[in-house]
Design a protein around this ligand. Sequence first.
Ligand code: HEC
Length: 260
Amino acid sequence: MKAIKTCLLLAIVTTFIGQVFASQGGVHLDKVKNNLCDKASLQRGASLYVNYCMGCHSLQFVRFNDMAKDIGIVDKKGNVLEKLVNENLNFISDKVTEPLLSAIPKKDAQAWFGVAPPDLSLVARSRGKDWLYTYLRTFYEDPQKPWGVNNMVFPDVGMPHILLSLQGVQVPVYTSIEMFDDEGKPYQKKVIDHLELKTPGTLSKEEYDKAITDLVNFLDYVGEPHKLEREKLGVWVLLFLVVFTLFAYLLKREYWKDVH
Ligand code: HEC
């Protein structure tokens, strides 16, 4: 019950801060509503990650057993359920103490993709979770590109659309906007207005968005495994400061009441 209350308080505080400091960047980013307290969501995200991403990307700072503990794959005493982890998440070794490293050789990856798939341990922090959420949902068909796809927030991306079978094929719908050349003459420029689903995947739009929320939730946790603890502590520190200020004020009044 206490944990739920803290999570609720945390959600209110972070939403408020998010609203105040919302980035005003050029490209529109959809907001992800993930919840680091939702262990079931973290577990679904981890499962998507090892099945669809780990073939190419590593999480070099994460070990299976630490991850399992944090996302709640534990027995009643808090011990990691090693068999469950090895059967469902760890497809690379039989040791739960191993880090989540991709098996792909860097040199081959470089040759195949033009650029080696980067480690994703810190991607939620470097790119931001709204960027990740938008990135993973805005691949669209582009026959000009080597993988036949492009991306709204990562133009000319070197990564294939790995989740195509789940999301389906999206195509761009264009609109024209008026621009002005160097001499101030107006001209029309074709830009993408939005994406439309041409061929559905195995998931509906809502289901796909939810799956990506889980995946981003997992990468958000990976980026800062102690975030939840730190923020929980932060809430108590703030509450302490409020109470302390009140006492300091009352004390001051008590001390000064005979002086005037
Ligand atoms: C077949 C290999 C492959 C798979 C599988 C794959 N990716 Fe990638 N990914 C790449 C490559 C290559 C790049 C680099 C693209 C570039 O720089 O143009 C990349 C780039 C990225 C980036 C951008 C990183 C940055 O900051 O530049 C993110 C985020 C990402 N991948 C997430 C994922 C996720 C999440 C999954 C699983 C759903 C996944 N990838 C599966 C190959 C892959």
